[in-house]
Design a protein. Sequence first.
Length: 167
Amino acid sequence: MTTMNAQVLLLVAVLSFGIVQAQQCYNCLSITSDGDMSAFPSLEEAGFAPCDENYEQSTMDCSASGGCLKANYNFVYDIQGQGNVATEFVIRTCGAAADVCETASRAAINAQRDVINAMLPDTIQFVSGSGAACVCSGNLCNRAHTTTLSLGALIASLLVSYLSMKR
């Protein structure tokens, strides 16, 4: 092998390693409601792009955290002058380097009511909520509209598909 070929091979190996090590995640936030949302901060103020049909255009480097977060929550707030307002939060950003999901029951979230209300302005009071959050370690694994598969589940799925086509 010539010195030039060895240098090119080394460069390709370094670049490939760098690409594999980069952790990219989708980065968006959407808040939808059945009421007036002017009491809440805007998405621009929060520093997020909306999780709409173009959410895949907004990614961020999450190499420091090593994983992505995918969370969907439904909350009900009592907003002064409006009454109870139902909201849905969709969040995609950096998260822990793990592959696990956790459901937050109404009881678990409602137990945090005082803490949540302490963070809100006096004109907004938390009533109830529920939701789920997942952290995942794959590159761009926090897609907004699909579930993610672990590598083992993906391989098993491909094997089953192959065997069924072979018959």
